[in-house]
Ligand binder design. Structure first.
Ligand code: FAD
Ligand code: NAD
Length: 454
């Protein structure tokens, strides 16, 4: 039995900074990771996909000179082997950086193996039992793979990033974040892509016109959509192809492709921890239940990141770390409910989102003011020749505070942060409405957008 002051299970976006923070305070840490340092975001999530998105954008530019008066000779092609090589190098640099820092840190003891609980404050890994008064769980999630897809040998976000040759026809099941980002990039690389979605529209959390505009953007890249695909299964055919049963209301009942990517959501890894040995409670979906300060029902055991169901993004996991850090070493004022929902969808053009959609605000019965402006009415977007998308803001009519915004368009993933900042400041929308912004930028239309509130 080895005793530490802290045990961290999983080196995700919260566990890793926490290990270094605890050690900087002179505390001992057992840091357990079963796979690669940096977790999903670094190895099979954000970093590789955004590297691929950049390659996809480059080939799109190489094929779209005409609109801007540039003659580009034909022949640009994507070399997936080299795209992957670049991505692998990016990841290796960061993973090695974390490993080096851990090696040099005499307060952190690293364990490479799968941890599970054997007692209340007792964790078993690599044949050793570790104990600590404080245990932090940051185990993330894994792709959901329903039984009816298994025999087809579907790709996941992990295995698709190992391909070195382009799929001839990639069938993507799921029209959410993962399906849309991979769908567009592989279409741009040169694969035929069909996205099959169970709902009647893609990315259904967004306002309908936003979903529609994203679908049109991907269709312009050649992506086919099959919506309302409500009876889904997949099987491998004798000729090696995969057949996905879609059973939509109209059209062919199946789609046959060379590869199928499953992107229908992720399940938390909490079920693999033998949590019953500690009495830590999970909810119906398997997420670990936490308090406002991320402590579980067992005192001294915390859950951070995707496994607590309070967020599913790198920045929400990192914010979990900030909350725990503030509770342990700060003034204890930071809690979960301070967090404003914000995220990006990194298709092209990108979507930046914060707070409520218009539909959500209406559903909540709020007295609202709203304004929408198409990107075709934004000078900078016209100058760039990238006029797809729209910007929308929703304001609480009584408090004058911004409730939410969607910016789908060139630079949308960056521009949204200005609105996020205003929301964190708790200021009236009038502060932004009356501000001066640089010309010519997309942001300069934010004051105009706010002048149009109705
Ligand atoms: C394809 C894809 C693209 C994404 N793109 C974005 C994006 O652009 N922006 C964004 O904000 N988010 C993105 N995300 C989401 C983001 O990756 C996660 O929200 C983020 O990684 C937070 O994860 P985490 O901290 O909960 O844990 P993770 O990063 O999932 O790390 C958990 C770690 O725990 C380890 N582990 C699990 N069980 C055990 C165990 N029993 N013992 C030891 N170790 C264990 C795992 O090996 C893993 O390394 C993306 C996700 C995917 C899949
Ligand atoms: N840009 C980003 O920040 C980013 C990028 C990628 C992934 N992620 C994270 O990864 C998580 C998982 O992403 P995801 O795309 O797998 O999930 P998701 O929940 O975003 O989308 C899943 C989609 O699949 C559909 N679906 C569900 N079951 C289906 C079925 N049986 N057949 C057909 N369609 C089905 C759903 O209606 C939904 O549209 C997200 O919650 C997100 O937090 C974030």
């Amino acid at each position: 039995m080895e005793n530490f002051e802290n045990i961290i299970i999983g080196s995700g976006q919260a566990g890793t900074p926490l290990a270094f923070k605890l050690s900087s305070k002179g505390q001992t840490v057992a840091f357990i990771e079963k796979e690669h340092y940096g977790g999903t975001c670094l190895n099979t999530g954000c970093t590789p996909t955004k590297a691929y998105v950049a390659s996809a954008r480059r080939i799109w530019e190489a094929r779209h000179g005409d609109a801007l008066g540039i003659y580009i000779p034909e022949g640009a092609s994507a070399n997936l082997h080299n795209i992957k090589k670049r991505k692998d190098a990016l990841i290796k640099g960061s993973v090695d950086g974390i490993a080096d820092s851990i090696k040099k840190n005499d307060k952190i003891t690293a364990f490479h193996g799968e941890a599970r609980f054997t007692g209340n404050k007792e964790v078993f890994v690599n044949g050793k039992t570790l104990t600590a008064e404080r245990i932090f769980i940051n185990v993330g999630g894994r792709p959901r793979i329903p039984e009816e897809y298994r025999s087809a040998g579907p790709l996941t976000n992990k295995s698709i990033l190992e391909l070195t040759e382009l799929p001839e026809h990639l069938v993507v099941v799921g029209g959410g974040y993962i399906g849309l980002e991979f769908g567009q990039m592989f279409a741009r690389f040169g694969s035929k892509v069909t996205i099959v979605e169970r709902g009647n529209r893609i990315i259904s959390k967004e306002d309908e016109d936003v979903s529609q505009a994203i679908q049109e953007a991907l269709e312009a890249d050649g992506v086919d959509f099959r919506l309302k695909a409500n009876c889904m299964a997949a099987r491998r055919l004798d000729n090696g192809k995969v057949e996905v049963t879609v059973d939509c209301d109209s059209g062919e009942p199946t789609v046959v492709g060379t590869h199928v990517l499953l992107a229908i959501g992720r399940d938390p890894n909490a079920d693999l921890l033998d949590l019953e040995k500690t009495g830590v409670e999970t909810d119906k979906k398997g997420f670990i239940k936490v308090s406002e300060t991320l402590e579980t029902n067992v005192k001294g055991i915390f859950a951070m990141g995707d496994c607590n169901g309070q967020g599913a993004f790198t920045h929400t996991s990192y914010n979990d770390f900030q909350i725990v850090d503030n509770q342990l070493f700060g003034d204890g004022s930071r809690t979960l409910s301070d967090r404003i929902t914000t995220y990006g969808l990194f298709v092209d053009p990108p979507l930046g989102r914060v707070g409520m959609t218009l539909a959500e605000a209406k559903e909540k019965g709020k007295k609202i003011l709203t304004s929408t402006r198409p990107m075709s009415k934004v000078a900078r977007a016209r100058e760039k020749g990238e006029t797809r998308g729209l910007m929308r803001v929703v304001v609480d009519a009584d408090s004058e505070k911004i409730l939410g915004a969607s910016i789908l368009g060139t630079g949308g993933d960056e521009i949204i942060q200005g609105i996020t900042n205003l929301m964190y400041a708790g200021s009236s929308y009038k502060v932004l409405r009356d501000s001066v912004q640089i010309h010519p930028t997309v942001s300069e239309l934010l004051p105009t957008l706010l002048e149009g509130l109705e």
